[in-house]
Design a binder for this molecule. Sequence first.
Ligand code: ADP
Ligand code: MG
Length: 224
Amino acid sequence: MATLTLEHVDKIFGQKTSRVQVLTDVNFETTAGELSLVLGPSGAGKSTFLTIAGGLQTPSQGNVQIDGQALNQLSARARDQLRLNRIGFILQAHNLVPYLTVKDQFRLVDKVKPKGNLSAAALARLLQDLGIDKVVNQYPGELSGGQSQRVAIARALYQNPAIILADEPTAALDSERVKVVGALLQRLAREQHKAIVVVTHDLRLRDFADHVYQLMDGHLTLEQ
Ligand SMILES: Nc1ncnc2c1ncn2[C@@H]1O[C@H](COP(=O)(O)OP(=O)(O)O)[C@@H](O)[C@H]1O
Ligand SMILES: [Mg+2]
């Protein structure tokens, strides 16, 4: 069964002279065990696509289904629950809480979602894989861009979500770190049957993807 489906999705912002159509008839489907990459230049609509896929924004036309559930048929509360329990977002603004240490960013996840998160041992391994095990007592303001990006990745994965939606997760990383993150996401898809969608202009992630899409001026196409 498809885990995440977009059907005939349009997204339009503004009206009349300020009207911009950002997505046009976008169709997309991914299932558990696959890493899909959506490539496109800045302004192509990647973040809009990803936030609509995860139910953070609603489409102007068309619909989104998660695990066969149409998001527009759920109450706001049910949608929030579905997001919390099924989706891990790695967003561009890393959204770390400035007054919490790295370690406490994970404790905060435990408060919001007490069940189903990684074990302490699995978290320690993840932090080590991502090379951030030495910064657990630091505050976000003390981290480099690449470190805070990796903390944001770890925090999303900590929730052990079935679907992982990542917006430019490697933008601040050097090539070695890109390989680590690419391989980690690939392994999560293959071994833990996650459905992973990465939107990016980072061509370095190509090698890790099962499917590569191009998003150009709001039109999504599957590469051969
Ligand atoms: N809330 C909004 N209101 C108006 N225009 C928006 C809004 N969000 C995005 N856009 C426009 O949609 C286009 C695509 O944006 P975005 O999805 O962020 O692209 P990308 O992530 O590929 O850079 C841009 O031209 C942007 O200005
Ligand atoms: Mg973007």
